[in-house]
Ligand binder design. Structure first.
Ligand code: ADP
Length: 478
């Protein structure tokens, strides 16, 4: 079978960018991305795409209407496709068995049932969504139980390793592509078909093929190892603050060891999109009766939570242990720079804690829509009284108005534009003493202290020479 048409079920952060790049690199293949959500598809077909990713606009503009289509006509796209990506969401279960930890596979199952109902010819079905190990088995069971005569399926696992904020570059210059499938001849043939798509731009030696379960587990394992690195450096940041060491210097020093390497050693406020995958891994380990392994990975999640609450506690403590009646500015709401995604953002934790303590919040993020911020902060898991929360927060369109008359700034996302703000102007328009809490370690702390700010960050004690300033730099002796 030569693949001429691809259908991608799910037009989200994974499906949208991945299929846009496939369309760009494979002009002879027709790629149709479908979604149940009409609004999302309308946005993909408009000038304002539903997700922000640097470079994505150009890729979509180059291919849309030629060999890339966004549609709600799921029937036609599945009927015509030779290969179907399942790129639906796999959130953490909120009810029932495994609540708060296990991945909810209802959307994957829904997609599999749709395919089974619609398909009239052989299909290669590729799970792209991050799923628990052996999820492909469930997909196969659903497809085989509803199989029409003469229709056969091959299920492949092809997890996506892109990082939000750098998705287009990650897709075009992927470190590796991983494809898992059955060891049978039909399974191997399906793997080859998928390889041939990636080989349009990825060198063959970077395409790694495995059995299905290794591929599924590798995605969870990669995210777990990355999260563990961040939790490790964050745990050391607490030691730095207590001892006078500087976590940036420690990170550089240990990163120079080629066995450790320098990447992904940046301490910060915590919070990451890995959480749901690690919790899923913990749940799988418990189900497999591996409690020690589960406890090991659980600690990685716990350290991430600890970092968020440690930082927020520091904010409150510095503001004389009360923020009630005070105004605090939150700079950055996305979970990282260069994305508008707010899932598992530390800003929600910070905002919730400050709101619970009675603060009024002024919030600014360059890419997160106002509606999304209200939606996140009034979610039942975050607040009991949405009306009260709505009254206590205001979302601004620029950083300067968000900082005016505030008692403190809490920087939650490392957007580049926050590095070059006019902090002199900001200082003069704030309440005094003026505080900045740099949760991402991106600001020039010495310059801020010189301007008069009280500055706190992660993994480093910043001394403010109070007396010297007070005495105008001359001797304090009278
Ligand atoms: P991810 O970050 O994994 O890409 P998103 O939540 O951004 O997840 O996107 C998943 C998309 O999948 C959503 O737009 C959702 O509407 C869509 N979706 C879920 N189930 C189905 C389905 N059965 N058919 C089509 N689209 C679906």
């Amino acid at each position: 079978m030569v693949i001429k048409k691809i259908c991608c079920v799910g037009a989200g952060y994974v499906g949208g960018p991945t299929c846009s790049v496939i369309a760009l690199k494979c002009p002879e293949i027709q790629v149709t991305v479908v979604d149940l959500c009409k609004n999302r598809i309308a946005q993909w077909n408009s000038d304002k795409l539903p997700i922000y990713e640097p470079g994505l606009d150009n890729v979509v503009k180059a291919c849309r209407g030629k060999n890339l289509f966004f549609s709600t006509d799921i029937n036609t796209a599945i009927l015509e496709a030779d290969l179907i990506f399942i790129s639906v969401n796999t959130p953490t279960k909120t009810i029932g068995n495994g609540k708060g930890r296990a991945a909810d596979l209802k959307y994957v199952e829904g997609a599999a049932r749709m395919i089974a109902e619609i398909a009239q010819s052989d299909k290669i079905v590729v799970e792209k969504s991050t799923v628990p190990v052996r999820a492909a088995e469930s997909i196969l069971k659903i497809l085989s139980a509803n199989q029409k005569p003469g229709v056969s399926y091959q299920i492949l696992s092809n997890p996506e390793f892109l990082a939000e904020g750098t998705a287009i570059n990650d897709l075009i210059n992927a470190d590796r592509v991983l494809i898992g499938g059955e060891e049978s001849p039909a399974g191997q043939a399906a793997i080859e078909e998928l390889c041939s798509i990636y080989e349009h731009w990825i060198p063959r030696e970077k395409i790694f093929t495995t059995n299905t379960w290794s591929s599924e587990l590798s995605k969870l394992a990669a995210n777990a190892m990355l999260a563990q690195r961040i939790s490790s450096i964050n745990s050391l940041s607490a030691v730095c603050e207590a001892t006078g060491a500087d976590v940036s210097e420690v990170a550089t020093a240990i990163g120079l060891d080629s066995r450790i390497g320098s990447k992904f050693l940046q301490a910060s406020i915590g919070g990451s999109c890995f959480q749901k995958d690690i919790l899923n891994l913990v749940y799988i380990c418990e189900c497999l009766n591996l409690p020690e392994v589960a406890a090991y990975w659980q600690q990685v999640v716990d350290m991430n939570e600890y970092q968020k609450s440690r930082f927020t506690a520091k904010v409150i403590q510095s503001l004389f242990n009360t923020v009630s009646g005070k105004t605090v500015t939150i700079l950055g709401f996305a979970f990282k720079k260069n994305t508008g995604d707010t899932r598992e953002t530390p800003a929600i934790h910070v905002a919730k804690t400050l709101l619970d303590e009675g603060a009024t919040l002024k919030i600014y993020d360059p890419k997160v829509e106002e509606e999304q911020i209200y939606c996140d902060l009034t979610h039942p898991s975050v607040c009991e009284s949405p009306e009260k929360v709505k009254k206590a927060i205001t979302v601004y369109q620029d950083a300067y108005s968000a900082c005016e008359n505030s008692h403190a700034i809490v920087l939650c996302t490392e957007w580049d534009e926050f590095k070059t703000l006019d902090y002199h102007k900001i200082y003069h328009e704030m309440m005094k003493p003026a505080y900045i809490f740099d949760g991402r370690k991106i600001l020039d702390h010495k310059a801020l202290i010189d301007l008069g700010f009280h500055v706190q960050t992660i993994g480093k004690c910043l001394q403010r020479p109070l007396l010297t300033r007070f005495c105008g730099g001359t001797s304090c002796m009278h």
